[in-house]
Design a binder for this molecule. Sequence first.
Ligand SMILES: C[S@@+](CC[C@H](N)C(=O)[O-])C[C@H]1O[C@@H](n2cnc3c(N)ncnc32)[C@H](O)[C@@H]1O
Length: 279
Amino acid sequence: MPVVACSGSLSVYGARFVRCAVIESNMDAPPPPSRWETFDRRSSEREALVASLDPIVAACPQLSKAKSCAMIGSGYGHLDLPFVKGCMPNVERFAAVEPDADQMAKMRTNVAEQLPNASVEFFQETAQDWKGCDGERFDVVLLFHCLYYVPALKRDDLYRKLFDGVVATGGLVCILISPCNLEEPTTLCRLLGLTTAERYLDGNRVGAKMAEAGFREHYTTSMDCHLDVAEPNDDIMKGMSRSTGGRMTPEAIREKLHELIGSDRYLPDTMFFGVYVKP
Ligand SMILES: C[S@@+](CC[C@H](N)C(=O)[O-])C[C@H]1O[C@@H](n2cnc3c(N)ncnc32)[C@H](O)[C@@H]1O
């Protein structure tokens, strides 16, 4: 039964009536998708990741034996959960680290449905602020589409924290990013002009920084995927505008998109996936 709350005075009856109706319809409607869900619904990243799981498992047998896993920047588990389910059948203990309350709430629901027997601790925190689980170590740490949101100056500290206090000896860190570099910019980087030092993140650079922290590169691969940009696409133009920090308006992104892919329906992208071992 929806609750109808009204405010206002009789002299603005029309406005008061509209306000009542809006509140009532919000109570019935499902919550709007988050910016991440909007993107995920149009992206083939999950299919691309799932299609790569067999070679990843073959190259990284430690995954199949892992008993514990921390998913950092887990969101609602869009990519993390299929990876866990496809590669790590023996994990009993999880940590999910995610700063956004709504994403975390959805992650709790998804974990309850998809990993009903696992023990999971939830930390509503950023990667850089998370202190770990009282010194307990994890066999596997996932950082899927998370590193961009950790300020560039704090990423090295994060890698060191993982090495010193989070990952077990012999354990793995799996990193998934949409790489961005000036030498070989992907179409997505060209579209969004993502060439600043803050956003400049590619497999070689991540590998070098992980090595400085003490990790050894174990396996890398790339995965081709695409984003469906078919019209109407205001949702995705707005989301992309937000991810440029407002530097580009949705209209400017639409124009640039047309310049790059003409009337094509799909914007191609490539993901980088790297696995690093703590010796
Ligand atoms: C693109 S989503 C990726 C979610 C999930 N890992 C996946 O691949 O499907 C990025 C997530 O990182 C979270 N995030 C933002 N800033 C973060 C930070 N500083 N540390 C950790 N996570 C962060 C966002 O709230 C969001 O849920």
